[in-house]
Design a protein around this ligand. Structure first.
Ligand code: BEZ
Length: 219
């Protein structure tokens, strides 16, 4: 049975966090949320990642995206750890909640278990999982990284921009796309529809197949 993945509704769990009790669906509300896990507090890569997310918090907020961290230690440990995170990156503030999961039950329900990392009791720790959840409470994107690989926060932001662009227009974003670049028109859109939907026009790439499916536009 595969764990939580794209297209699934995120379980509406009630979590103990540094900001008090939070229900995931209430927290997502009518916007987007990034729910992301870390193996453990007071570990090196996790500290740099948490500081990076804190440094980008305003960029996520501008896009209507809330942040919710999860690490298996308890809330008191998280509160102590936040002091280290903020000292590591002076000026950054961890303004978003970090959930506790000392029994390691939440990480199972959110498909955040790392099969290779265990605590001193032999229990599995969380991987570096990140779910971008939409206003419909469904998982739009998931990253599953093992403990040694810190995430790239620019990539998280790029993915948010891509998902939001695709939700607003009938487009998708090509390889290595970044905000401001041309997008591609979805295959389900006919050329006749495209003329109406993209009055600024679009460019059809001439390919050996003669099929005009690679169409770039700006939105
Ligand atoms: C880290 O954050 O550096 C880390 C945590 C658990 C295992 C390996 C690395």
């Amino acid at each position: 049975m595969p764990g939580l993945t794209i297209g699934d509704t995120i379980p509406d769990l009630e979590l103990d966090t540094t900001h008090g009790r939070i229900r995931i669906h209430d927290y997502v509300g009518n916007g987007y949320a990034i729910v992301f896990s870390h193996p453990a507090d007071f570990t090196p890569v996790c500290t740099t990642e948490m500081a990076a997310m804190a440094g980008y918090a305003a960029k996520f907020e501008n896009r209507g995206v809330k942040l919710l961290g999860i690490s298996c230690d308890d809330v008191n440990s998280h509160k102590e750890w936040i002091k280290d995170i903020e000292a590591y990156k002076p000026g950054c503030r961890v303004t978003f909640p970090i959930a506790a999961d000392p029994k390691k039950e939440v990480i199972k329900q959110l498909n955040m278990v790392d099969p290779d990392e265990k605590d001193q009791n032999g229990q599995n720790l969380p991987s570096r999982t990140l779910h971008l959840v939409g206003p419909d409470k469904k998982v739009k994107v998931s990253f599953l990284y093992p403990a040694p690989v810190g995430r790239n926060t620019d990539e998280v932001l790029r993915v948010v921009d891509s998902i939001q662009k695709a939700s607003q227009h009938r487009v998708a974003t090509p390889a290595n796309w970044k905000a401001g670049d041309a997008v591609v028109i979805s295959p389900s859109v006919s050329n006749e529809e495209a003329q109406k939907l993209f009055p600024g026009g679009f460019e059809v790439k001439d390919l050996p197949s003669g099929k005009d499916y690679l169409r770039f536009t700006k939105v």
